[in-house]
Design a protein around this ligand. Sequence first.
Ligand code: NAD
Length: 511
Amino acid sequence: MTADAIRTGTSQSANGPRSYGYFIDGAWREPADVLERRAPGTGVVVSMVGAGGAADVDAAVLAARRAFDRGVWSQAPATERARILNRAADLIDANSTPLAALDAEEGGKPIRLSEGDIAGAASLTRYAAGLAVQMHGTTHTNNGADHTGLVLREPAGVAGLITPWNFPALILCQKLPFALAAGCTVVVKPSELTSSSTLEIARLYAEAGLPDGVLNVVTGDGRAGGALAEHHGVDVLSFTGSTATGRKILTASQGNLKKLSLELGGKAANIVFADADLEDAAEGVIFGAFFNNGECCVSQARLLVQDSIADAFVTELEARARRVRVGQPLDHATDVGAMIDPGHLESVLGHISQGRTQGAKVVAGGSRATGPALDEGLFVQPTILDGVGRDMSVFREEIFGPVLTVSRFCDAEEAIALANSVDYGLANSVWSKNVDTVLPMAKALKSGTVYVNTTIDAPPTLPFGGYKASGVGREMGQAGFEEFTELKSVSIRTGKRSGTFAFGGTHERTA
Ligand code: NAD
């Protein structure tokens, strides 16, 4: 089995499913077993990828280790690393149409969002190229005339990257170019549901001139991910996925105490005060809740709205929710596409039904979306549940579908208590034109990101990550880059050494 060139068409019926091997040491390797992927919008098999296991992961890690130790990348001049990253970004841009189609088709996400993801992936890659040339340590000459301290910033080694299905190319590029910019070599394990764009991006990196073995991709399910998390040849592991899997990775990775970055689940709130620009806020709430089908870690799945405006605001949201277009992922008119797989569709519908049972009122949607263009796929109506209390499961648990819950608050203190009462702490949004409201709110919210008068707005310069059950570590920004580096302190004494150690000399210098 060999990987084909990127297809520009999206119809699988004419050409059959795409087939991919593993990408290891610069070559495509045929897998022993394969996994089929059905498009969630149509139910048609669109791709087949290797069902990797421990032996495949081992081969990939060994290739990455050899490449790291050869120094072809880790010791390459930073300008050379930046040149190849910039070339890869150009190739991602040049192939944006087929790459976006792969993620929309396999992931069920609307093609317009997918196109935005690919543009974001190229932009993250360019930003990381800039970080490569700025990678440096520090010099310390204030410990006495005969002492010089150097703090070297070095690549952490072999990086394992495990990614989820909801933003396949974008989340890959929140990790991969940062690891490469730092000089790491890499093994990627994409989600078994959406592997194609990762494999195509690996091909583009090879075309950009990345040396063999620096980037390796092994596909497969949690067994391949688990083997990567356990592998003692991996020095740093960056994972994005559910909190439940994050906990397993924490345990699996302890054998060699690898550096870990875990980007996990969320249950963000959009907090709307009466003095907000309510037009902007209504648009932001609808976008935040239904963006990427609601299958988004920073999905603003909870609305907390101030009592005095709540009824009118919810009426406005109902009207807007009715205008959200559910449709085939590859249709440019679609706002909300298909749920990722049949099990997840059932889970989302189950959460809605549980919310009803617990006393929530369905004010929009509430069921599976059907119709001639939708019947073969996994579609849910954009749903709003009003009257949701903080003890209800729909308020506390990650639903990961197009479902917005509405709860009311009287003042900032109550809003903070409600927002912070869940286990997660990834992101929240605050809507108010009063700086005396938004700044104390931004400080009090226990989340890695707070959006103010905007939502789901993440430029590459800002570090991204979670408090509490939403994770450990950061992606993007300087902090995200540093996750892929180690610091080494070099302590240098110059001049005559005699009589300066603790035994028989002064203690001062070693104290
Ligand atoms: P998931 O945890 O099921 O899978 C994520 C990845 O981990 C996949 O590649 C999967 O194959 C792999 N995996 C599964 N079991 C594993 C194991 N035991 N060991 C190692 N790897 C294993 O998550 P998902 O369903 O793909 O993605 C949805 C979840 O991801 C949601 O909870 C969402 O909030 C979260 N997410 C978080 C962020 C963030 O930045 N914080 C971004 C996107 C998604």
